[in-house]
Write a protein that binds this ligand. Structure first.
Ligand code: G1P
Length: 304
């Protein structure tokens, strides 16, 4: 460690991805397949999230999984049988696609056991994370790779310390689907100071229309807070409630700031948004886009 540097100034290198959810919104597809493995075009949704962590410089990834999540581990591991079959065929293109996910990052897994909520899932990362700031990426939120959000959040955490969450303005009638933050402006136009947080408020009680989207850069002192956090909304231990405690008393674990995101985000946990993500990303792909756009245009004009 460089002299004068404290633990909280270490370069952030660890990403935590909670992936223990049941995915009931996608039944029957998710009866025997984890929701994180559903493809967005031709890549499982979870691979986009791991790629996002890696491109923000985080190459140590811990997934919080549960029963029936074995395909996630297999996806980020080698598949020698498939690799040797493709090698024999001389299919270098597909071989590279198979190897891509196992070469991405150093992967670690821990099982959540009881599904006691997002805060509890994050707490399962404590032994692995230790005493360093770390990032949390929620698998249902897909951030367009061209709109880097996490890199900016890490930069803000390095400048200001404490914890940093990602926020997006949503229509007031949507706020009950999210954690909601009361904010004050700062001298940086995309950074706000968080004063208050509420998990999924009724629209009448919402302090603003700033919604938490699933990216967090957290001070490790949040683990102590999570250990004491009582179940909240839905009877679950909520990360929002632990952050609320931090926001209200900076002495506990430093300040909480928000980075306001104005880029493209898809909620792949919602069926409509999942379809929109596939259509948009397919349209923009060099290999599939030109033909798909032509078809889509004629489909929309002729059939709708
Ligand atoms: C979680 C968080 C919520 C946040 C949301 C973002 O809720 O608890 O604060 O706004 O992710 O996607 P979930 O959607 O898992 O119910």
């Amino acid at each position: 460690m460089v002299a004068g540097m404290t633990q909280s100034h270490l370069r952030i290198s660890k990403a935590v991805i909670p992936a223990a959810g049941l995915g009931t919104r996608f039944l029957p597809a998710t009866k025997a397949t984890p929701k994180e493995m559903l493809p967005v075009v031709d890549k499982p949704a979870i691979q986009y999230v791991v790629e996002e962590a890696v491109s923000a410089g985080l190459d140590d990834v811990l997934m919080i999984t549960g029963r029936n999540k074995r395909p996630l581990e297999d996806h980020f591991d080698r598949n020698y049988e498939l690799e040797s079959a493709l090698q024999k065929k001389g299919d270098a293109g597909r071989l590279a696609k198979v190897q891509e996910s196992s070469d991405l990052a150093t992967m670690h897994y821990v099982r959540q056991g009881d599904p006691k909520g997002l805060g509890h899932a994050v707490l399962c990362a404590a032994p692995h994370v230790g005493n360093e700031p770390f990032a949390v990426l929620l698998g249902d939120d897909l951030i367009d790779p061209r709109d880097p959000l996490l890199k900016r959040m890490i930069e803000v955490q390095e400048q200001r310390g404490g914890s940093v969450i990602a926020l997006m303005e949503v229509a007031p009638e949507q706020i009950h689907l999210y954690g909601c933050a009361a904010v004050e402006t700062t001298e940086d136009s995309d950074v706000v100071k968080i004063g208050d947080l509420v998990e999924k408020p009724d629209p009448a009680d919402a302090p603003s229309n700033y919604a938490i989207i699933g990216r967090y850069v957290l001070d490790p002192r949040i683990f102590d807070v999570l250990r004491k956090t009582e179940p909240g909304r839905g009877g679950e231990i909520q990360i929002t409630d632990a952050l609320q405690l931090l926001a209200q008393d900076e002495k506990v674990g430093g300040p909480v700031h928000g980075v306001v995101f104005k880029g493209r985000r898809y909620d792949t946990g919602d069926r409509g948004d999942y379809l929109r993500a596939i259509v948009r990303l397919a349209c923009e792909r060099e290999d599939l886009g030109p033909d798909f756009r032509t078809w889509l245009r004629s489909y929309v004009t002729e059939e709708m």
